[in-house]
Each structure stands twice: as structure tokens, then as C-alpha cells.
Design a protein around this ligand. Structure first.
Ligand code: F6R
Length: 261
């Protein structure tokens, strides 16, 4: 079962997720981070940037792999995940740009890009901590409902719901690409620690399905139940549909200090 931590705010969630990464990098200076984009991980990246500066943490050898990328955006588009990762993660954290990878969404080379990405993650020794958000459709990465729980990195078609949800980043809803390249659920499950974050009432159903629902390709987030070390950090609104919330609060409040997150 995933460990579920219910916190008061996005900032508190960000602090907790950042502490997982900081502790990892202290132990493993060339750690491999799995990097989500979108709104959810921003409080984590902010907290992480602050702690790296305050604690003079050397992150020059830290490596990173983004979860996904849109297919077909022009090179340099500000909402391409390559640009977002550079702006929100590599710059503020002071990571070494050459060590942070984003799958290529260039349609002319897309067939090889997926296999290349999968091989690059493997060659890096796999992901140590994978930061995840979840979509209202229940997707992790861009693995929309119906995605195989064993899937590798590949091209997927975004649901209309996800395109509408992401339209806020673009000038018009039609500008949101139809396709993406995403780490598969099988790829995500090979990371050694999953940290799934979610905030707000619009994520409550997806979180309840992911944590407590039956494991099913129709609910891609439920794949986290197959992982031996998954931490779910949610605010009160995103926790609203969790049947066992009282137990999660009890377990967290009484967690032995030696156990760590
Ligand atoms: C982003 C990603 C997606 C998002 C999800 C939630 O790299 O893979 O799974 O995490 O769509 O998006 P936000 O955080 O914007 O609500």
C-alpha cells in the first residue's frame, strides 16, 4: 500500500517532497530524479531550490528525466516540456543542463525517440525518486485510461479532458497538441521511489481511485499500488474521497522516527 500523507497546504507538500530529494542527494550525489511538469510539482521545485541554496547542496552531478513531452510543438515553444523543465527545474535548482533529459517530441524522429529514452533511463541505472502528478482522468505521466500497466515509453493520444485541462497553458484550446510521448506505466514502476502529489477537489476522485480503487488500466494511477515504495502527498481537498483517511492520518502521526519517508 502507498503511504498517504495528508497535509494542510501545497507548500507543506512541497517541503516534504523536497526533503525526500534532499536526503537522497546527500546519500547519492549523482542521483537520478524523475521530473513531472504541470502545476502540481511547482511547490516541490520551489522548496528544493531554496534548500539547495540554503544548505549549499552540491547538485552538479544530479541527473534527471522528464516524464513526458508534447509531440509536434515547434522547437523552443515556451510550453514544450523541454522549455518548462529548463525554466522551472534546471535553472532554479542549478542542475547541470546536459544531465537533464526530456523525450524528443519531434514528429520526424518520434519512432526512435521512445526507445532511445527508455534505453537512456536504463543506462543511467534507473530513476531513484520519481515525482508524479495525476490528471483528472487518472493519468500518471500522460498514460491515459486504457494504458497497459506494463507500458514502456511511447506515443499516446491525449484525451479531450486532458487537452482541455492543459489549455490554460496555451493561447487557445486548439493549440494543445493531440499527441505526446510519455514514460510508460511500466517505466514509472521501475523507479525506486514514487512520490505522487495532488492538490484540490478536482483531483479527489483520481486520488481515491489511485490509492484505494481496484488496480486497473482504466485507472492508470492505481498502478502505484503495485509499487513497493510509493508516497502519496495530498492536501485536504484532494484527500476528500479517501475512505481510509483516518487511518492514514493515524499512521503518519505515529510514524517511527527511524522509518523515514
Ligand atoms: C506532467 C504529467 C502529468 C501531470 C498531470 C497533472 O509531466 O506527466 O501527469 O502531472 O496532468 O497536471 P497538473 O499538475 O498541471 O494538474
Amino acid at each position: 500500500m502507498a503511504e498517504v500523507v495528508i497535509v494542510a497546504s501545497e507548500d507543506e507538500a512541497g517541503e516534504l517532497a523536497a526533503s525526500v530529494v534532499v536526503e537522497l542527494v546527500r546519500r547519492v550525489p549523482d542521483a537520478v530524479l524523475g521530473l513531472a511538469t504541470g502545476s502540481t510539482p511547482l511547490s516541490t521545485y520551489r522548496a528544493l531550490a531554496r534548500r539547495i541554496t540554503d544548505e549549499r547542496l552540491d547538485v552538479s552531478r544530479v541527473r534527471g528525466f522528464a516524464l513526458d513531452e508534447y509531440v509536434g510543438l515547434p522547437a523552443g515553444h515556451p510550453e514544450s516540456y523541454r522549455a518548462v523543465i529548463a525554466r522551472e527545474v534546471v535553472g532554479p535548482l542549478g542542475l547541470t543542463p546536459a544531465l537533464v533529459h526530456v523525450p524528443s517530441g519531434d514528429p520526424t524522429t518520434i519512432a526512435e525517440a521512445a526507445d532511445d529514452y527508455e534505453r537512456a533511463i536504463e543506462a543511467a541505472g534507473g530513476v531513484d525518486v520519481q515525482i508524479l502528478g495525476i490528471g483528472r482522468t487518472g493519468h500518471i505521466g500522460f498514460n491515459e485510461p486504457g494504458s497497459s500497466l506494463a507500458s514502456p515509453t511511447r506515443v499516446k493520444t491525449l484525451t479531450e479532458q486532458t487537452r482541455a485541462d492543459n489549455a490554460r497553458f496555451f493561447d487557445s484550446p486548439e493549440d494543445v497538441p493531440m499527441h505526446c510521448i510519455t514514460q510508460g506505466i511500466g517505466t514509472i514502476l521501475r523507479a525506486r521511489h514514487l512520490v505522487l502529489l495532488a492538490f484540490g477537489a478536482s483531483k479527489a476522485r483520481a486520488i481515491a481511485d489511485a490509492v484505494e480503487g481496484p488496480v486497473s488500466a482504466s485507472r492508470p494511477g492505481s498502478a502505484i499500488q503495485l509499487h513497493p515504495h510509493a508516497t502519496v502527498i495530498v492536501d485536504e481537498a484532494a484527500a476528500a474521497d479517501l475512505e481510509h483517511a483516518p487511518y492514514y492520518r493515524h499512521a503518519w502521526a505515529n510514524k517511527p522516527g527511524w522509518q523515514g519517508v
